[in-house]
Design a protein around this ligand. Structure first.
Ligand code: SF4
Ligand code: FES
Length: 255
């Protein structure tokens, strides 16, 4: 525990019973919050307080609490994952806030991510996009070639790895004025298209994933780039250009 003084904060938290409920902002006070606590620990403290008062705790998604699972999605003062670059909410610390500050906490706002309760949204649209093409076929005949035996250019391996760091958090969608999922989908397409192992389904992958993305109700990309700025894994916009090329060449091949 730091010797620094604890923070007294006013929290304006979105409360919504279920997807049908209109929902609204509720105001809470928390006091003596250690600047060393994470943002999620601060919400844990709020919830203990609410439970002690016989009130319903705030529902929010979390799992790994170390920037891996992508579940701790929320807007903090209108910013996806709050202030700071290249971090998720669970990696955000209270030292980023000032004593006496008012903090607004809300769920992702996107038609394709309906609110389940309070700060929790349904991101299963991403799972359905993955199921439509985010996989590779593997020969399981017993003669399977060891993946490490296939030479891959370092530059491609690095780009594929960078794309694969996408954690499916949805901050790109939440930050986009069109609620577009292009950064997410393009990271997943690129992760496979850059590697020889991903070539088996290459012709169909981009088409299937883009079609599913449209079906889920995500908006169009208008190249504003907010997605890449707010992405906690710094996924590059170059992936979108790559996906567009993949989509185009697959469409031409189909004709
Ligand atoms: S591209 Fe970035 S912001 Fe979008 S889901 Fe992946 S990690 Fe999250
Ligand atoms: S809880 Fe897993 S990324 Fe934040």
């Amino acid at each position: 525990m730091s010797a620094e003084k604890g923070l007294n904060l006013t929290l304006k938290v979105w409360r919504q019973k279920n997807s049908k409920d209109k929902g609204g902002i509720e105001t809470y006070q928390v006091s003596n919050i250690s600047p060393d606590s994470s943002f999620l620990e601060m919400i844990d403290i709020l919830n203990e307080q609410l439970i002690g008062e016989g009130k319903e705790p705030v529902a929010f998604d979390h799992d790994c609490r170390e920037g891996i699972c992508g579940s701790c999605s929320m807007y903090i003062n209108g910013q996806a994952h709050g202030p700071g670059r290249a971090i998720t909410t669970c990696q955000l610390h209270m030292r980023e806030f000032k004593d006496g500050e008012t903090i607004y906490i809300e769920p992702w706002r996107a038609g394709a991510f309906p609110v389940i309760k309070d700060l929790m949204v349904d991101r299963s649209a991403f799972d359905r996009i993955m199921a439509s093409g985010g996989f590779v076929s593997v020969n399981t005949s017993g003669n399977t070639q060891d993946a490490n035996a296939i030479p891959i250019e370092k530059v491609n391996a690095d780009m594929a790895f960078d794309a694969a760091t996408c954690i499916g958090c949805g901050a790109c969608v939440a930050s986009c004025k069109n609620a577009s999922a292009m950064l997410f989908v393009s990271a997943k397409v690129s992760q496979f298209s850059l590697l020889p192992q991903g070539q088996t389904e290459a012709k169909q992958r981009a088409i299937n994933m883009v079609n599913q993305m449209d079906e889920e109700g995500f908006g169009n990309c208008t190249n504003t780039g907010a997605c890449a700025v707010e992405c906690p894994k710094e996924i590059s916009l170059e992936n979108i250009a790559r996906m567009n090329r993949e989509y185009l060449s697959a469409s031409v091949a189909k004709e």
